[in-house]
Design a binder for this molecule. Sequence first.
Ligand code: C5P
Length: 221
Amino acid sequence: MENIITIDGPSGVGKGTVSLKIAKYLGWHILDSGALYRILALVAKRNQVSIDDETKLVALATELDVKFISLADLSKLQIIYAGHDIATEIRDETYGKIASQIAVNPEVRTALLARQRAFYTLPGLVADGRDMGTVVFPKAKYKFFLTASCEERALRRYKQLINIGIYVKLSELAVEIANRDQRDTTRTTAPLIAASDAFTIDTTKLSIEEVVECIVSKMVF
Ligand code: C5P
């Protein structure tokens, strides 16, 4: 077993925030795997590569020249692509949608696999996404799957976007993330599903702190 904690779940459930807090608590590294799919979406859009062009997408995924820089206290993550920090830009739902369309492609997923696994270095890694516990890190020490009602997830994502200056309509966002979840859950390769050995937490009525406490309470080191 490796010193890895996987936190999977649908859009807007709070995986990112919870993962940051757990990583901070343990002093471990962090992998936001969704960011990789979003970056690929942005790069594909900028290069006018169609979501159906597997050859070009795989080439882009393999060569993706991107640097993740996190402050020592993990309070901020910079994602440097072509000399610019795109961490905020990729949060736009435009890229969430393209990311999930691209993510159905098994070849694209394979092209991103080694890059994701390379995030694991000592003392350990907290990895969040959709297939962290099932495909990318099947030997993780602890696996969690977070859920929450659709309404609550839409609201959480809405507040998160407003916080970083991205203005959206709550009703439109709710439809967009429902569509994305549907696509992520029903795809053939690495669908959004809890690993058989994952601990599932319904976070609908829990605060971030309560979710973190619940996760920490399950861990024995
Ligand atoms: O987590 P985030 O919303 O940033 O992810 C964007 C999209 O990337 C997801 O909707 C999903 O389609 C894809 N993704 C994935 N596997 C992961 C992480 C994200 O397919 N491990």
